[in-house]
Design a protein around this ligand. Structure first.
Ligand code: AMP
Length: 134
């Protein structure tokens, strides 16, 4: 059965898409730690990120880098932190989180509750900053 992230990539489930190419897709985490919290997924359905080939993993990180640069442009921060957890959704993904402090990366922190309008505005800001956009 397709994962929820494959359904997002296929457009069967809506998402706030910030970037896409032929192999990867980036969209806003629906339970963000901070504004701009983004997920990067491979279109190929693989559960564990380290089951990707070396080439696929490298390409995913290059894609993630450019999404991170767009996030930082859209949401000025000290750095964009990266995390791989993957216990909840069995489809490899990288969390990209704009941080001011180390504690912004704590997944035990309460998640933000954002309106559809707020998500759309964040989506637009990051997408507009993404250099790979069509
Ligand atoms: P983990 O697998 O522990 O890295 O967590 C999965 C992440 O996916 C969580 O931060 C969820 O908020 C996020 N997530 C789950 N479903 C969706 C969805 N439909 N759209 C956006 N983010 C989601």
């Amino acid at each position: 059965m397709a994962t929820i992230f494959s359904k997002i990539v296929a457009g069967e489930i809506p998402s706030y898409k910030v970037a896409e190419d032929d192999k990867f897709y980036a969209f806003l985490d629906i339970n963000p730690l901070v504004k701009g919290h983004t997920l990067v997924v491979p279109k190929k359905e693989v559960d564990y990120i380290y089951d990707l080939s070396d080439e696929e993993l490298a390409a995913m990180h290059v894609f993630a880098k450019h999404v991170a640069l767009a996030i930082q442009k859209a949401f000025p921060c000290r750095k964009v932190g990266e995390a791989v957890i993957g216990l909840e959704v069995p489809h490899a993904h990288i969390h990209l989180i704009p941080i001011q402090n180390e504690s912004d990366m704590l997944f035990s922190n309460p998640k933000l509750k954002l309106s559809d309008e707020e998500f759309k505005s964040i989506e637009e800001r990051i997408h507009n900053a993404w250099e790979g956009k069509a």
